[in-house]
Design a protein around this ligand. Structure first.
Ligand code: COA
Length: 181
């Protein structure tokens, strides 16, 4: 089944199997489906599925983000073969810190196919090669071993612990070998 909406923005980044595009307010139902699955939310949002109001506020923040911080954001991810929504990937400041972090949140039925690794690796390359970032981090709840595994698989190293989002989180990071001048 091809699920592409004809009015949706075009993808700006494609990997072998995934396409990333900007979110719009019309993506509410997809984001709400993602954010109300307790399996998906186990280690995020304090383990609590989102309310409709929270999803609406999240969409507004996501749509506004690249206007405030060009080239950074949270992007709607689909499978290139079917066009089906699988979740999102992000490259953005980690809360109020100056550190740029990689993030991802995928629908449960999209887990275990290597999609998180594929999307995160592409955003890491984008952040280093196109944006010239010196360092990109990833932070996870201590129990989120699947996410920690993804961060290690894309080449980040374990840097112990850090304080982000007013929480003590596991910290991973990669440094750009040759930062842009
Ligand atoms: C974290 C998440 C994105 C991983 O997605 P995914 O598509 O399954 O990831 P990948 O398939 O690319 O890789 C997952 C890796 O972790 C491994 N893994 C899965 N569950 C694991 C667990 N409980 N402990 C350790 N490793 C685990 C997989 O075997 C795989 O490694 P492999 O390729 O070496 O076998 C997905 O679980 C998710 O969306 N979770 C909910 C939201 C979330 O927690 N986001 C991250 C917040 S920091």
């Amino acid at each position: 089944m091809n699920c592409r909406r004809s009015d949706a923005p075009s993808p700006w980044l494609e990997t072998l199997r995934l396409a990333l595009r900007e979110f719009t307010s019309a993506d509410f139902d997809d984001l709400h489906r993602l954010d109300t699955d307790p399996r998906v939310m186990k280690y995020v949002n304090r383990g609590r599925p989102a309310t409709r109001e929270e999803t609406a506020a999240a969409i507004r923040r996501i749509v506004r983000y690249p206007r405030l911080y060009p080239d950074l954001g949270i992007w709607y991810a689909t499978r290139r073969d079917t066009g089906a929504f699988i979740g999102w990937f992000s490259l953005k400041y980690a809360g109020r810190s100056p550190d740029v972090e990689i993030g991802y949140r995928l629908l449960h039925d999209a887990w275990g196919h290597g999609y998180a690794t594929e999307g995160a690796a592409a955003l890491l390359d984008f952040g280093f090669d196109e944006l010239g970032l010196h360092r990109i981090i990833g932070v996870t709840d201590p129990g989120n071993t699947a996410s920690q595994h993804v961060l290690k698989k894309v080449g980040m190293s374990d840097r112990g612990w850090g304080r982000y989002y007013d929480k003590r989180l596991r910290l991973f990071a990669a440094d750009n070998a040759e930062p842009a001048r």
